[in-house]
Design a protein around this ligand. Structure first.
Ligand SMILES: N[C@@H](CCC(=O)N[C@@H](CS)C(=O)NCC(=O)O)C(=O)O
Length: 206
């Protein structure tokens, strides 16, 4: 059985959510909340020190969405939009949007906030970087708002990995400073995704 390296609220949540949606399981190794970059044991699994990682026999996969795709495709799940379906290009676009476009400024904000308290002398510069990332996030969220007009899901008229991809950053946008950047459709979409029993079960994994 494949092994998933997991930390609650990290991107391994996407993988657990995928597994819950398709009713499949893997062995889950939870690493707690300590920084992985300093743990030689985990660096032997993934030299980059990032989460998640999936080990399946001789195969190691380190990108959360690649892991989701691998597991969903292996189970023949329709969470994957197949190459011969009309909305396959949109599927790939929204799959990548969730990580590369929407999550990127959120990760930048989290990273800069972590160093802010340690470097008070850099306060002005740091505030400028945060404001820039927040502006970027608000612009990027507009694309999502537009896409959701007349749609419950992002592509193919059904729940797919694209929704799981985008659902991950949306989950982190619940606090008022981020929630105010989402339009009404994205807000309702976020609530629908997070209310799914599969998401709830995945988020409860310690
Ligand atoms: N694009 C990668 C990003 C992986 C990533 O940056 N994961 C974060 C946790 S969500 C991480 O491990 N950061 C380094 C650390 O916390 O030590 C993916 O989707 O898996």
């Amino acid at each position: 059985m494949a092994t998933l390296y997991h930390v609650p609220t990290s991107r391994s949540l996407r993988v657990l959510w995928t597994l819950e949606e398709i009713g499949a399981t893997v062995e889950v190794k939870s690493l707690g909340v300590r920084p992985r970059l300093q743990e030689p044991e985990y660096l032997a699994i993934n030299p980059a020190g990032t989460l998640p990682a999936l080990i399946d026999g001789d195969r190691a996969i380190y990108e959360s969405l690649a892991i989701c795709e691998y597991l969903a495709a292996r189970h023949g799940s329709d969470l994957v939009v197949a190459p011969d379906e009309p909305e396959r290009p949109e599927f790939v676009q929204w799959l990548l949007y969730g990580e590369a476009t929407l999550q990127a400024p959120l990760s930048a904000i989290a990273r800069v906030r972590r160093i802010r308290n340690k470097t008070p002398e850099m306060q002005t510069g740091i505030d400028a970087v945060l404001a820039d990332a927040r502006h970027s996030l608000s612009m990027r969220a507009k694309l999502l708002e537009q896409r959701l007009e007349g749609r419950d899901f992002l592509v193919a008229g059904r729940m797919t990995l694209a929704d799981i991809s985008v659902g991950y950053p949306l989950n982190h946008m619940g606090k008022p400073d981020f929630a105010s950047l989402l339009g009404p459709r994205a807000t309702a979409y976020r609530e629908r995704l997070l209310a799914r029993p599969a998401f709830q079960r995945a988020a409860a994994v310690p």
